[in-house]
Ligand binder design. Structure first.
Ligand code: ASP
Length: 347
């Protein structure tokens, strides 16, 4: 049987960093050298692999939507040449890139696995080594036609994942969707959780514009002045990170008025919860229902990362505010659960 072939796309992150006077910084060439010295990477029980470095290597804190597009293009251009992709990426914004790629690469029905490390390969206790080897195995052998994150012995759907720890080796979690696979002595893949590709997928491939999209966390004592500043032109999309089941300080009518006015101007505002698990139910409390009445779109159980990148990609692909509002609550790449929940108390 022909050995499968995986492309390792190296875009930066801690995994490739070395210590310097400015703290950890990426060093071009380090990963190449390291991989050459890893004898297990040439064993026949691993897929064949090739490394492609996308310069400049960056700390993912510096990533912008241009980088999502740059990575998506690199995958798309090589999609026919490989059975899967492993993307070496920083952990800080990995959940954003994974979400964006899930929309930009709909239709590429191959494993696209982002991974990285909490400790660089240049450190003796690096977690990057196992992440790299297991990601290669997963990308080369398992049928997961999705954008995923492999980290801390779990394969997570990329647009469901969030970075939840900045020091533990279990840095990611997906509070609203179970892991697609868990990795111990055996690799246990939960096939029923893996997305079955749609026949006619509707992805977002053409990002023609660079819309201004922002995220804003609701907090006790937020002022009308602060809120209006965030909603000012040229903002086109806002992820409003609310409390609990989607609540907001709605008894301050000036805040609601500011939101209504922005929506009337065409700003798309999406309600996502600050909670890591559970879903937004705007109608459950009066303090959330006021947002629904003002025209805020429910983000259901999407993570703020998945919602922000979706909003960005939709607006950037030229969707009108109306289309954007509609598509925000469509399932594009498994980022949202559309099943109905029975409200408590029943309506
Ligand atoms: N600051 C690093 C980055 O996101 C952190 C990491 O990779 O773990 O690139």
């Amino acid at each position: 049987m022909k050995r499968r072939k995986v492309c390792i796309l190296h875009v930066g992150g801690t995994i490739a960093m070395v210590w310097s006077e400015q703290g950890y910084v990426p060093r071009a060439g380090y990963v190449e050298e390291y991989l050459r010295a890893m004898e297990e990477l040439s064993r026949p029980d691993l897929p064949d692999w090739e490394l492609v470095r996308l310069d400049p290597l960056k700390d993912s804190a510096d990533f912008t939507p241009e980088d999502w597009v740059r990575i998506a293009r690199a995958v798309r251009d090589r999609a026919d040449d490989y059975d899967g992709f492993v993307i070496l990426h920083g952990t800080d914004t990995m959940a954003y890139t994974a979400s964006a790629l899930s929309y930009l690469l709909v239709g590429i029905q191959k494993p696209i696995i982002l991974t990285g490390a909490q400790l660089p390969l240049s450190e003796v206790r690096s977690d990057g080594r196992e992440h790299l080897i297991t990601s290669l195995i997963l990308a080369g052998t398992v049928h997961v036609p999705e954008v995923c994150i492999y980290f801390g012995a779990r394969l997570l759907r990329g647009n469901r994942a969030q970075k939840v720890h900045n020091a533990s080796f279990i840095a990611f979690d997906s509070g609203n969707y179970p892991p697609l696979a868990t990795v111990g002595v055996n690799i246990a893949v939960r096939n029923r959780l893996i997305r079955t590709p749609k026949e006619r997928p509707v992805g977002l491939t053409n990002l023609e514009r660079r819309p201004e999209v922002v995220a804003m966390q609701v907090f006790p004592g937020m002022t009308e002045r602060g809120l209006r500043r965030v909603l000012e032109e040229p903002v086109e999309g806002v992820v409003l990170e609310t409390y609990g089941a989607g609540t907001f300080p709605a008894s301050n009518k000036r805040l609601i008025r500011a939101i209504e006015e922005a929506i009337q101007r065409g700003v798309v505002i999406v309600n996502c919860s600050q909670c890591h698990s559970g879903q937004v139910q705007q109608e459950l409390y009066g303090t959330g229902a006021a947002l629904a009445r003002a025209g805020v779109v429910s983000g259901h159980d999407m993570t703020p990362e998945a919602a922000l990148t979706k909003l960005y990609c939709l607006l950037a692909s030229g969707a009108t505010p109306e289309e954007t509002r509609r598509r925000m609550v469509e399932d594009i790449a498994g980022e949202i659960t559309l099943e109905q929940t029975v409200p408590a108390p029943p309506l």
